[in-house]
Design a binder for this molecule. Sequence first.
Ligand SMILES: [Zn+2]
Ligand SMILES: [Zn+2]
Length: 823
Amino acid sequence: MSKMNPRDDRYDPQAVEVKWQRRWDERRTNAADLTKAKRPYFNLMMFPYPSAEGLHVGNVFAFVGSDVHGRFRRLQGRDVFEPIGFDAFGIHSENYALKVNTHPAQLIPQNINRFRVQLKRIGLMFDWDHEVQTTDPGYYRWTQWIFLKLFEAGLAVKKKAPVNWCPECKTVLANEQVINGMCERHPDTPVEQRFLEQWFFRITEYAERLLENLKTIDWSESTRLMQTNWIGRSEGAELVFQTEGGIPIRVFTTRPDTIFGATYMVLAPEHPLVERLTVPEQRSAVHAYRQQAAAMDIVSRRIGEKEKTGVFTGAYCVNPATGERIPVWIADYVLMEYGTGAIMAVPGHDERDWQFATRFALEIRPVVQPDEGAEPDVPSTEGVPPLFTGWNGTMLNSAQFDGMPCRDAATAITAWLEQREAGTRKVQYRLHDWCISRQRYWGPPIPVIYCDACGTVPVPERDLPVILPPLEDFRPDESGVSPLARAKEWYRVPCPTCGAEARRETDVSDTFLDSAWYFLRYPSTDFDDQPFDAALTRKWLPVDSYIGGNEHAVLHLMYARFITMALHDLGHLGFEEPFTRFRAHGMIVKDGAKMSKSRGNVVIPDEYITQWGADTFRMYLMFLGPYQEGGDFRDEGISGIRRFLDKVWGLVNVATFEGGEIAAPTMRKLHQTISGVAEDLEELRYNTAIAKLMEYVNVLRGRGTDDAAVPDLCTELLEPLVIMLAPLAPHFAEECWERLGHDTSVFAASWPAFDPALAAEEEIELVVQVNGRVRGRVSVPVGIEQADAVARALEVEAVRKFVEGKPLRKTIYVENRLVNLVV
Ligand SMILES: [Zn+2]
Ligand SMILES: [Zn+2]
């Protein structure tokens, strides 16, 4: 028995981490061979926005969890490509630049450098040769190219639309960026509605496919649910009501069965027919109301919990089912952007219509009789008819449809109206077109030129990129026109078609467009003349694993799917879903509270890494709780992880290289650990994987650590431990691996082989007695606890008949021998 390299030095994380980070760089350990890889595995994480504050612990938590997965796959024999980049355009960077009065073009590279240093310290397996920066003209050239492709296909259109406008940001906001009527970046600034010309991507054309494909992709259930709700598919009918002047007004309803109860109609204040329909004596009231509505943001109108308001236009239309004339109102609870911007109001069976009708004393006519046992939402009081919104009822006051169940009536009434050319079946989506234009400076210019003679002319592909002009004063203003209009020389440009003097589009595109395709670029960063090389893309995409936060469930993740689908349809990609597997990670809090600057409880990753080392910090983050749920960061917990690594260090440094006979229980524990840890890592249950490794180490330590001659501490037991630890604590594992006599990286090793026979619990036969007489035998694992032994004994058929129906007085258990049941 020989003992090589006796070492008694202590574990020094700083020394170990610096050494291995340098060696990884020198030996290009983390650079995947993209062309030669045999079993490619694209391990993606959400690239960060390089803020001035540096890396947030939330980023670190997300990245480490993804890195553990990538390293685990690598040990399983995959050629893992783990790239990173920076999402550096956008209003966050620009606002910060304004605040500190430094140009973003100067600020962003500084921030990126700082991020790079931080990211390297954490020991992530990034392939830095393929870094992407969205602000690089070599990158945004292709962002603009994507715009051109969508424009050619008719999927990028300019249209006038009501949009959310933040007077502080001085730009449009997506609906998701409006929180309780306020700007997400300016919680005290109410968002206004403006009617502006904007560029839109027609994502709504893809609504059905975006929804349908959710059934087949392997994504976190929570994320799929959020996307499903966001797409918001509803089935119903589009019905046509004629005004007395013969103007058709279309409405969408999910309840065509209730049309006999439609006692009035409501248009959105912005509805284009309002002007035409309003009678002279109502004009000033309607005008005032429309102005009031225009000042409100769409989101708070959509939530619609406030008291209902509205104005009568003085016009009437005809209910196509009853033939009755019903009044036409306008009200802000009806949105132009949803459906047709008009509704048939059925106050007996729709909550908002009921509130509105109650307020303005409009007729409420019940047309659904609730089934036996079904309760109305609001019972009838003081002559006001009840509100019932359920489907579980039958028709009344509905002519020939009386007595029919609601669902049948919905089909029958739609068919009847279809015959009379007053309606058609229709599917409606909540999803809106994606507004991609921003009236700001820090983004890729939208590659379009306006010519008085030729109209809207796309910039020819050979002229890409349209470089963002350097502009000293890049502040946005009230006008709603982008600061780029002030770059006079840049703004005036000859028309690519006729050569006459023309003007550039001055809006830049949304940052979500930059991030909607970055994963396509990673493998192809070496190619200047195309966005993504066909062979590399075929080999590496779609992405095998994507891990990120659910706050991106409905924006980034939806847009990336849409862009991929569109590029697929246009013949540029061979797949239509970008991310085969997506997992949402959880959130971490500090001492039970959400981290925030104002609370002063923000965990600064650098401080912890300096104090404890990256490996301890990584493992502690992964030990906080189930990765997909998150956990609570407490300073006192981190030392436990460090003690664990110290123990492993101790074991490795007294290891012997030739084991004697390894005891069966130790071997069993090893193989149970191999299989358990692999299962946990597979499912991102990092916390329980770590717990299993700790148990295994305790078993090894129970067999002595003080003497090198202890046969149980042979490399046969320690090497698998080091490999299993490697995804979690990579520098530490490399150092241990070297100390166990290897001169190649631990990541060149294979995940330890699992032998189910060795893992199986040893079984013995237990004699089962009832009142002292042998009634049967049962096979149980060695050393089973008394309660488990009794439970197993009671399962034996031959035993059951002697104990059934009799209370168990007491049980006697002789370990590994017998169990006696006294009844
Ligand atoms: Zn704002
Ligand atoms: Zn022209």
